[in-house]
Design a binder for this molecule. Structure first.
Ligand SMILES: [Zn+2]
Length: 87
């Protein structure tokens, strides 16, 4: 993602990139409510891509921080699978 988009992301800036992520989350929300699995798949991909763009702009290693928090167990209950109560 960094190779593909970093230069454009840097030019756009983190605030406008964040707005793009929020826009994509809205589109994902609509797709989920419509139960359109093809659209949901597309929007999940876009949400991940824009999240990666923000991480790249802030020099955050998304893979490192993700696996640090979620590699082996739930960060709240420390169980795998998670045994937290549903919200
Ligand atoms: Zn849990």
């Amino acid at each position: 993602m960094k190779d593909l988009f970093y230069d454009k992301d840097k030019e756009r800036g983190k605030e406008k990139t964040l707005l793009k992520l929020v826009e994509e989350i809205g589109e994902l929300s609509e797709a989920v409510l419509l139960e359109d699995i093809d659209k949901i798949s597309e929007e999940i991909t876009d949400v991940i891509a824009w999240t990666a763009s923000i991480a790249n702009l802030l020099e955050i290693d998304i893979e490192k921080v993700f696996f640090k928090k979620y590699a082996d167990s739930c960060p709240k209950c420390n169980n795998n699978p998670c045994s937290c109560n549903l919200i």
